[in-house]
Design a protein. Structure first.
Length: 371
């Protein structure tokens, strides 16, 4: 005779008992895994804490006391901070050398993946970086947002650090989590952007690469109104006669960023002002180049058939509107909804200018027709 598995019987009680057993099993398994993890990670001691604290505050006596009481040079606190990372943050090359001599891992990373090299790449003075580069550091380690040390230097416009890293072989076309390259980060830098871009181009950076947002370096520079960097990158293109779509996409970012000089340079390079991007894409064989469809879809530009002047009107940028009209943009050209530039502007000065410009434009056309 088979014995009932659970006293009291019933499917409900049986199910509850099974769930309890499974829960206990999961808990015990987790405990075993947790204990195994703890066994592989040395305990963080008071001496370890003292060592990191001494490096934060550059206290020689505390530093020596921590080491004399058995501090681990590769200790890691709850934030993932290690002694050598703290030494890099404190900008203390002497301590970095001493820690490495004592067995510290020069590539020790914090919880975000940032290594001492990432930290040093952002320093104003290069001493810490120069010191670290004497050792077998990982030049391509991926830290916060997947950025390499070279990307950190580039995004901060730290040209000296960039030179040092590239000199050691850092990849000038590496990618981060957003598929951005050092050149894109340099184009976005708030200081020394042009110098950083120039260095990377000289060292072989590819300007045609695009990121997850379908933006290249020149688009980033134009969007942020980093005029000098954008113009330098534009110099790589003689004109946009054979690729009007690319020219219009760059123009879109220049208009959005309010960069009059870049917009004017694009007109000089024969970007068609009275084309919308759908026309431009039909006229070029390089339809897929530079992620054209993706960027158009994301920005709502492709479907609405809007011209650079319409973009400028939407931005209510009177100076940009004037520039485009003076350079030949049709102030009365409508989008697919039948809206003209002055319909989409909300600033009354922009609306007034566009209405007058539209009137003058069509009066001139009638005069020419009657000649």
């Amino acid at each position: 005779m088979r014995t009932a598995p659970f006293i009291g019987g019933g499917k409900k009680k049986e199910t509850i008992m099974i769930l309890r057993i499974l829960s206990s099993t999961v808990f015990l398994s987790g405990t075993v895994l947790l204990l195994a993890g703890c066994a592989s990670q040395p305990e963080f001691t008071q001496s370890d804490a003292l060592l990191i604290h001494s490096l934060r505050n550059a206290g020689q006596k505390e530093y020596e006391a921590a080491l004399s009481t058995g501090a681990n040079v590769n200790a890691r606190n709850a934030e993932g901070m290690t002694p050598i990372l703290m030494a890099a943050i404190a900008d203390k090359p002497f301590y970095i050398r001493d820690l490495i001599k004592r067995g510290a891992d020069v590539n020790a990373a914090d919880l975000k993946g940032n290594t001492p090299l990432h930290v040093a790449a952002g320093k104003r003075y290069p001493d810490t970086l120069i010191t670290l580069l004497e050792y077998p550091v990982n030049l391509e380690a991926h830290g916060s947002f997947g950025r390499t040390p070279l990307m950190e230097a580039a995004r901060l416009g730290n040209v000296k650090a960039m030179e040092l890293l590239i000199g050691k072989g850092a990849d000038v076309n590496a990618r981060d989590e957003m598929e951005r390259t050092p050149l894109m980060h340099a184009a976005r830098a708030n200081q020394n952007s042009r110098e950083a871009v120039s260095l990377l181009l000289e060292k072989g950076a590819a300007p045609e690469l695009i990121d997850q947002d379908s933006m290249s370096a020149v688009m980033h520079a134009a969007a942020l109104k980093h005029t000098d960097a954008a113009l330098l990158l534009l110099d790589l293109y003689p004109n946009f006669v054979n690729n009007p779509a690319l020219g219009l996409i760059i123009m879109y970012h220049a208009v959005k960023g309010g960069d009059l000089k870049v917009a004017s340079a694009l007109v000089d390079k024969q970007v068609p002002l009275n084309w919308d991007l759908s026309i431009a894409l039909r006229e070029t064989r390089r339809i897929q180049v530079h992620g054209a469809y993706r960027i158009l879809a994301r920005n709502g530009v492709f479907s609405l058939r809007r011209t650079p002047l319409i973009w400028a009107a939407i931005e209510n940028n009177l100076e940009m509107v004037k520039l485009l009209v003076e350079r030949g943009a049709n102030p009365g050209q409508e989008d697919e909804n039948g809206d003209s530039p002055y319909d989409l502007a909300t600033d009354q000065n922009v609306v007034r200018y566009l209405k007058n410009a539209t009137k003058e434009y069509y009066e001139k056309l009638r005069e020419e027709k009657n000649k």
